[in-house]
Write a protein that binds this ligand. Structure first.
Ligand SMILES: CC(C)(COP(=O)(O)OP(=O)(O)OC[C@H]1O[C@@H](n2cnc3c(N)ncnc32)[C@H](O)[C@@H]1OP(=O)(O)O)[C@@H](O)C(=O)NCCC(=O)NCCS
Length: 413
């Protein structure tokens, strides 16, 4: 942003012959709607569109047009993201990326991304984040997966708690509409502790609480279990003669809330299976006599992250251990790379360009994967995506970048 006003429109770009990339205008609204619905295969209703416009200011969107036809679209908003050390960073969250099937693989996504990231750089935000539909596209733009999620299925009928499992009680059966403020308050306490979680805007709450039928996957509307420090929102699926409960969103601020909510869920006697999404170190398996009952059925990334400004991003989070390391970072897409000295004392970092020799060489996408603490450095070293001068530096880097709490995406966008 220059001079505090949006003046992007004076810079329409023609990186792809016949295609102009520019800011969206009100006249593009119908074209954007059709393109987004086509790209993701879901229709939207007026209430949904209104909340989408509150989440992502329409005039901040970037479109690619062929004549007056919208053939590409990217939208974004500033988000406050929790990073290790219970600190927060401003990040640009990108969403709604789509290119018309009639115009694929001509470089339109690349052209829109060049413009989107040029704007983000001008705004001085240290990070960009988004949820990716496919894993093979975004490494070239300097993004790495930064949050890991596990889909699990538990045969509830055989689940028994260990004698060591807390039984604090305190869970109430409530109607979601009666407790929306309490749910929001718990989420906000949880997201302040959890790397990867974002401040959640009203419109995102509106989408969750509206619970439109087309996003229920054939299940019931949302049921709610509430604890003073946690909540579980879940739906029932009736299949043949069996009932499955799908936990749609569970947030617990404390270990007691986590155990209490799972005890209540396992108390749903007529339910055969419970499905949920867990982070890597969720303690659920270790509350049970048979940890194997918590069966992982899929494992995927929940958030992708790119450092826009390496020193600003690396000093915005805290670290587990002291560190002295020189990082050589390559950026295939922008010019954020370089050689940086990173020094950590008592958790806090200083980071600046240096002409010292590098101890570690890595791509900016790898640094993005390590940033929230979910992906260890040694994995990338083994994959030849990170080169360390010696194993001591590699170990020190991995220890320092670890986080005390698993990274979790707060709300999907
Ligand atoms: C994904 C999508 C936006 C790509 O748009 P596009 O204009 O065809 O992409 P581009 O031609 O600009 O390609 C940019 C680069 O990504 C690569 N790429 C594009 N789609 C890819 C895919 N599905 N898998 C792997 N690589 C892909 C291209 O090869 C190109 O590489 P290069 O620039 O290094 O040579 C488009 O296919 C789409 O709208 N898909 C459906 C909706 C969707 O998945 N959106 C993404 C949400 S995160």
């Amino acid at each position: 942003m220059r001079g505090g006003v949006h003046s992007w429109d004076d810079l329409p770009m023609t990186l792809v012959p016949g295609i102009t990339v520019r800011s969206a205008t009100e006249a593009d609204a119908a074209g954007i709607r059709l393109l987004v619905e086509t790209s993701f295969g879901t229709r939207s209703d007026e209430a949904w569109l209104e909340r989408a416009a509150q989440l992502f200011a329409p005039l901040d969107s970037i479109v690619a047009v062929d004549g007056d036809r919208v053939v590409g679209h990217v939208r974004s908003r500033e988000m406050i993201l929790t990073v290790p050390g219970e600190r927060t960073v401003s990040a640009r969250g990108i969403a709604g990326v789509g290119v018309a099937p009639t115009h694929r693989r001509r470089g339109i996504l690349r052209a829109m991304y060049i413009e989107q990231h040029r704007r983000t750089e001008a705004q001085g935000l240290p990070l960009t984040i988004f949820t990716a539909s496919e894993g093979g596209i975004y490494g070239r733009f300097g993004y790495g997966p930064a949050v890991r999620q596990n889909a699990v299925t538990i045969d509830r009928r055989f689940a028994e708690f260990l004698p060591t499992t807390p039984n604090p009680g305190g869970v109430e059966l409530v109607a979601l509409a009666d407790v929306t403020e309490r749910v929001r308050e718990i989420y906000d306490r949880w997201r302040r502790l959890t790397p990867g979680a974002q401040v959640r805007p009203d419109a995102s709450w509106g989408n969750l609480f509206a619970d439109p039928e087309r996003f229920r996957g054939g299940g019931s509307d949302l049921f709610t279990l509430l604890h003073p420090d946690g909540y579980a929102l879940y739906r029932y699926h009736h299949e043949a003669r069996e009932m499955t409960v799908e936990v749609a969103e569970m947030r617990s601020v404390t270990a007691d809330a986590h155990a209490a909510l799972w005890r209540a869920l396992f108390g749903l006697d007529l339910v055969t299976r419970i499905t949920a999404e867990l982070s890597d170190n969720d303690p659920l398996p270790y509350l049970l006599t048979n940890p194997r009952l918590v069966r992982t059925t899929a494992r995927y990334d929940g958030l992708w992250l790119r450092l826009m400004d390496v020193p600003a991003a690396l000093t915005a989070r805290d670290y587990r251990t002291d560190l002295d390391v020189v990082l050589s970072v390559t950026d295939p897409f922008r010019e954020a790379g370089g050689v940086f000295a990173l020094t950590v004392r008592d958790g806090r970092a200083e980071c600046a360009p240096t002409d010292r020799a590098a101890d570690i060489e890595l791509g900016i996408d790898v640094l993005g994967s390590m940033y929230l603490g979910a992906y260890p450095a040694r994995v990338f070293a083994a994959a030849n995506r990170l080169q360390a001068k010696d194993s001591g530096k590699l170990r020190a880097l991995e220890e320092a970048f670890g986080a005390d709490r698993d990274a979790v995406l707060g709300w999907f966008f």
